[in-house]
Design a protein. Structure first.
Length: 378
């Protein structure tokens, strides 16, 4: 962790568990201006790690017979996904990103149009939207109005936050309460999490780091976005949590506490999915699979929002876990073709992940296989 800090990360903190013992640590600062140190128990915006919570909530409703996993979304939300699209896209396709619905992100933040083409990029709309309150229906409408990312049911998925906002609306429709309320009661509390919640405003309650966004070098020095409305992410990426809570959550999910073993088996059926930065991941229903030679298969998710990056992975046998947070994102500058240039942080984080997952002496872990991709958007 000290090497990650020396490589340019303001602060990094995390927790590793292995067969009954727990290690927590932190390195660097939570605030560049004051030098306030980062500590292991700080709260963090965990970005798309939220998707596993939302998927687990949907699977609970599948178990209760209120949602059909292979039922058309148009049967539940005909006003949001009408016509042929609503008949072709199933709940499963939303969960594993094979719906063909594009991400709304480039339309909610229009100056991001053209990503990752450097000449078209600007960070202006990050500030413009700092306190904007988006409605889920508004964002979903942006996604549905954009050119399709593929055909429903394609064998290779395309990652899209639009899918998980629709799943939030589905939960609201079948449970009679907001998705955030349902997930809090039936997932967060069932897992025994004490420091995990959906924010109710732009500020984070409790100890947390400043969150610095570099946006591929366009923000120099990086800008603090720790105060930011997460209405643009909702049930796709809005949760705040701690690294201890994330390890507890994934342990309880994989041991059958949150969903049944049959539901978990469905969640672990993976397909190749193209992430927003173009990399390929093995994705199930709200779960990402990482295979590490000589170390095992891990399950979990990564996530970024402006200025905050998080990774949480648990080995398939549940005995080894790691969750880490960083408070600087999109640190790589881009070359003329829009591709991220190498940065010392890439290798330092890969080594941290290797030791956290596998211990000393294990084979190297490819940087792109386990963490928030260097050039990724949320």
């Amino acid at each position: 962790m000290d090497e990650v800090h020396r490589a340019g990360m303001p602060g990094v903190f995390g927790e590793v568990r292995d067969s009954g013992w727990t290690w927590r640590g932190a390195s660097g600062v939570a605030d560049l201006r004051t030098g306030r140190p980062v500590t292991p128990g700080m709260r963090q915006r965990v970005g798309s790690v939220t998707k596993t919570f939302t998927a687990a909530a949907v699977m609970q409703q599948v178990e209760r017979g209120r949602i059909r996993l292979d039922g058309p979304i148009g049967d539940y939300l005909p006003e949001l996904v009408p016509g042929e699209r609503g008949r072709k896209i199933t709940v499963r396709m939303l969960l594993n990103h094979t719906s063909g619905l594009p991400d709304y992100l480039l339309y909610a933040f229009p100056s991001l149009q053209g990503f990752p083409s450097l000449p078209d990029m600007s960070a202006d709309s990050l500030d413009d939207n700092r306190f904007r309150e988006f409605r889920p229906e508004e964002l979903i409408g942006m996604g549905l109005a954009a050119p399709a990312a593929g055909e429903p049911g394609d064998p290779t998925g395309v990652y899209s936050n639009t899918n998980y906002l629709l799943l939030g609306q589905l939960l609201e429709r079948v449970t009679g309460r907001t998705a955030e309320e349902y997930i809090t009661r039936e997932v967060i509390r069932r897992a025994g999490l004490r420091h995990t919640a959906f924010p109710t405003g732009p500020r984070i309650e409790g100890p947390h780091p400043r969150m610095y966004e570099a946006f591929f070098g366009l923000l120099d020095p990086p800008r603090d976005y720790s105060v930011y409305s997460t209405s643009w992410t909702g049930t796709g990426a809005a949760l705040v949590s701690t690294m201890e809570d994330l390890n507890r959550f994934y342990a309880r999910l994989l041991d059958g506490t949150i969903v049944s073993r049959a539901s978990l088996a469905q969640m672990q059926r993976t397909i190749p999915v193209r992430a927003l930065d173009g990399t390929m991941v093995q994705y199930g229903l709200g779960l990402h699979r990482v295979d590490v030679p000589g170390c095992g298969t891990f399950w979990g998710h990564d996530g970024t929002v402006w200025g905050a990056g998080t990774l949480s992975l648990t080995r398939a046998d549940g005995r080894r876990q790691m969750s880490f947070a960083v408070n600087l994102t999109r640190w790589n500058t881009l070359d003329a073709s829009g591709r991220p240039r190498p940065h010392p942080l890439d290798g330092a984080l890969a080594e941290l992940h290797r030791q956290a997952m596998c211990g000393a002496g294990a084979a190297p872990v490819p940087a792109a296989s386990v963490g928030p991709a260097r050039g990724s958007l949320p």
